[in-house]
Design a protein around this ligand. Structure first.
Ligand SMILES: [Zn+2]
Length: 161
């Protein structure tokens, strides 16, 4: 993906206030991120590990989403599937919840999805980060990347709906 700057990321948040977007922790090492291998940038807040964020460029526009780990994740099976990149992990998938954008979010509506706990989906898809169990799939790398981007776009669309 196209590298994003800190101001671009902060301006792209769709589901938190401008104040929250200006205060939240954006990675300091943006210049060192492996942008060529990323379909989206995902990170955990180092000071608040239950908070996670992702930033992507969808339809040519930067979009960022604020997420929270849900306490409800404790019942999950030991082996779980990421709903974005369809990677199976042992204990490495979190239920992340995003408040919906605008009025719906203020009323407490949210969208949840299981995602790789470290939000490194792009690297798992490309085999740049290893997982214990690999699904046997006949998809090419291109197709897996397309699927990940489509799943991400569908999730973001639900947040913004
Ligand atoms: Zn994933």
């Amino acid at each position: 993906m196209k590298p994003l700057t800190e101001p671009e990321i902060r301006a792209a948040f769709v589901n938190c206030t401008k104040g929250e977007a200006s205060r939240l922790n954006v990675p300091r090492d943006l210049a060192e991120q492996p942008w060529d291998d990323l379909d989206f940038l995902g990170w955990r807040d180092p000071q608040a590990p239950d908070r996670a964020y992702l930033a992507a460029v969808l339809d040519g526009r930067p979009v960022a989403v604020a997420l929270r780990s849900s306490g409800a994740a404790s019942w999950q099976a030991r082996r779980s599937l990421c709903s974005l990149c369809v990677t199976t992990h042992t204990g490495g998938v979190s239920l992340l919840v995003a408040p919906r954008a605008g009025k719906a979010g203020k009323q407490g509506n949210s969208v949840g999805a299981y995602m790789c706990a470290d939000l490194a989906c792009s690297l798992y898809v490309r085999g740049k980060k290893e997982v214990g169990t690999k699904l046997h799939e006949s998809l090419t790398l291109e197709e897996k990347i397309e699927r990940t981007v489509a799943n991400l776009a569908a999730f973001v669309a639900k947040v913004m709906a």
